[in-house]
Design a protein around this ligand. Structure first.
Ligand code: ASP
Ligand code: MG
Length: 424
C-alpha cells in the first residue's frame, strides 16, 4: 500500500481540491491508496482562535464560527453544487462543535483538552468534504475516523502514540480486504484516547502519515507540498535554492531537529525503522520528480544545507554566588526549562556562565527569567537569528554572516551554528 499526505495548502480552495483529486486519481492502483489530509488552508489557526471563546454563551453567533462555516460550505458547494449529503455532513460537524462548546469546561486548566476537542474539527470537516467529492467523481472512497485508529495517551496537544494498540487496530481495520475501495481517506494530526480526541502537535499530519505507513508496512509515503521537494534552504530566506534529490534518513532527522520546516520532526523515525521510502513532491507540478528520503549513504547533490531560525533570544545565566557552572547548577536550570516547556536551540557554557538560545516567546521567557532570578543573574540579547549550516565551507559562512557580529559560534566536523543579529 502507498500512503499520500496532503497538507492545508493543497486543499485550501475548491480548485485546490480539484487538483488534489486529480493527483489521487492518477495514482490509483489495484490496492487502495491511503490518503491523509490536513485541515483546509489556515483553518487550524482559525480554530485555535476559537478555543478561548468556545465556552461563551453565544458561541454559535461568533464571527469566527461563521467564517468557519462559510468557508467550508463555499468549497463544498463549488465542488458539488447540488449535493445535499455533503452539506449534511458539514451540518453534523458544526453541530458537534456547537454541542461541545456548550459543555466544555471553561477554566484555564482545561485549555489543552478543549483545544484538541475543538481544533480537530478542521480535519474532520476537510476529510468529509473531500471524501464526498472523490465519491462524486466515481472514486470509491472510504472515510475513516483517525480517532478510532491512532491511539495516544492523554497528553493533550502532543499526544504520544500507543504503538501497540494503534498497530493492532490498523491491522484489523477496514484497511485490509477492501477490494472495491480505491481510496481510504483519513485525517492527519488527530488521534484518540479514552477521554476523547487528541492532537499530535502542530503540523502533525506528516507524522500521522508515517504512523499509518509504519503500521501497514506501506510501500512508500508521499508528502505533497507547495515546494518542488526538499530544498537546501527555505526559499523565504534564501535566493538560489537547490533541490536535493536524495536524502539519507539520518540527515533528514538532523535537519528537522535543527528546524528545517519541510517535514515534521517525528515523521522520519518510524518509517526509517521499517525502511519505507518517503517522497516529497509538488502538488503544483505533480509530474516533477521531487525528493526522496531513504536508505542512502550521502546527499545527492552534495551541497551545503541552511536552516534559519528567526526571532531568537540568547540568555546568559550566571550563578549569583560565583560558583562555577557545573552539574548542580545545570540541573536546576534544566529543571526550570523542562517545567516551563522551553526547548533549547543551542547552548554553551564557560566556567562562570551558561548561555542558551531559545525562541523568543515573550510569556515563556518572562516566566523563565523570573524563575531563574532567585539563584542566577540573567542577561539577554534579542532580535537574533540562529543559522545552522551543514557541510559548510568558510566561504559559505562568510557570505551568510555578511559582516554581522557573531554572538556565539559552534562548529563540528559537519555542522556550523551561529547566532547573529537578525537582518531587518
Ligand atoms: N492542520 C494541522 C496544522 O495546521 C496539522 C497539519 O497541517 O499538519 O498544524
Ligand atoms: Mg499544514
Amino acid at each position: 500500500m502507498k500512503v499520500f499526505k496532503f497538507g492545508g495548502a493543497s486543499v485550501n480552495s475548491a480548485d485546490a481540491v480539484r487538483n488534489m483529486a486529480q493527483i489521487v486519481q492518477s495514482h490509483l492502483e489495484s490496492e487502495p491508496l491511503v490518503v491523509v489530509v490536513s485541515a483546509m488552508g489556515k483553518i487550524t489557526n482559525l480554530l485555535e482562535q476559537l478555543v478561548p471563546g468556545c465556552s461563551e454563551f453565544e458561541f454559535s453567533s461568533l464571527e469566527l464560527r461563521k467564517q468557519l462555516e462559510d468557508y467550508h460550505r463555499g468549497i463544498a458547494s463549488s465542488l458539488m453544487p447540488d449535493n445535499m449529503e455533503v452539506q449534511h455532513r458539514i451540518d453534523a460537524w458544526l453541530a458537534s462543535l456547537d454541542a461541545l462548546c456548550a459543555t466544555l469546561p471553561a477554566d484555564a486548566g482545561h485549555y489543552n483538552y478543549n483545544y484538541d476537542q475543538v481544533v480537530s474539527h478542521g480535519e474532520l470537516l476537510s476529510t468529509s468534504i473531500i471524501s464526498e467529492y472523490l465519491n462524486h467523481l466515481g472514486i470509491n472512497t472510504l472515510w475513516v475516523d483517525a480517532r478510532q485508529l491512532i491511539k495516544t495517551d492523554n497528553h493533550y496537544r502532543e499526544g504520544r502514540i500507543d504503538w501497540q494498540a494503534t498497530q493492532e487496530i490498523v491491522r484489523r481495520s477496514e484497511f485490509v480486504d477492501r477490494s472495491s475501495v480505491r481510496v481510504i481517506l483519513t485525517q492527519g494530526f488527530i488521534g484518540g484516547t479514552n477521554g476523547g480526541t487528541t492532537t499530535l502537535g502542530r503540523e502533525g499530519s506528516d507524522y500521522s502519515a508515517a504512523i499509518l505507513a509504519y503500521c501497514l508496512n506501506a510501500e512508500s509515503v508521499t508528502i505533497w507540498k507547495d515546494v518542488p521537494g526538499f530544498l537546501n534552504a527555505d526559499p523565504k530566506y534564501f535566493g538560489d535554492t537547490i533541490k536535493i534529490s536524495q536524502i539519507p534518513y539520518n540527515e533528514a532527522i538532523e535537519l528537522a531537529y535543527y528546524g528545517a520546516s519541510v517535514i515534521h520532526p517525528k515523521t522520519v523515525k518510524p518509517i526509517q525503522n521499517k525502511g519505507i521510502p518517503l517522497f516529497i513532491r509538488s502538488f503544483i507540478m505533480p509530474e516533477a520528480e521531487g525528493s526522496s528520503i531513504g536508505d542512502y549513504r550521502v546527499l545527492v547533490p552534495e551541497t551545503p544545507l541552511y536552516i534559519f531560525k528567526n526571532n531568537q533570544i540568547l540568555l546568559s545565566i550566571l550563578p549569583r554566588d560565583y560558583s562555577f557552572i557545573a552539574e548542580d547548577n545545570l540541573q536546576v536550570i534544566f529543571g526550570i526549562l523542562s517545567k516551563i516547556g522551553i526547548r533549547v536551540n543551542l547552548m554553551q557554557n564557560s566556567a562562570l556562565s551558561f548561555s542558551i538560545c531559545i525562541d523568543n516567546n515573550p510569556q515563556l521567557v518572562e516566566r523563565l527569567i523570573e524563575e531563574l532570578r532567585g539563584m542566577f543573574r540573567v542577561r539577554y540579547n534579542d532580535g537574533l537569528q540562529l543559522i545552522t549550516i551543514r557541510y559548510y565551507t568558510q566561504e559559505v559562512i562568510d557570505s551568510i554572516v555578511d559582516r554581522r557580529p557573531i554572538l556565539l559560534e559552534q562548529r563540528s566536523r559537519t555542522t556550523e551554528q551561529l547566532i547573529v543579529p537578525q537582518k531587518k
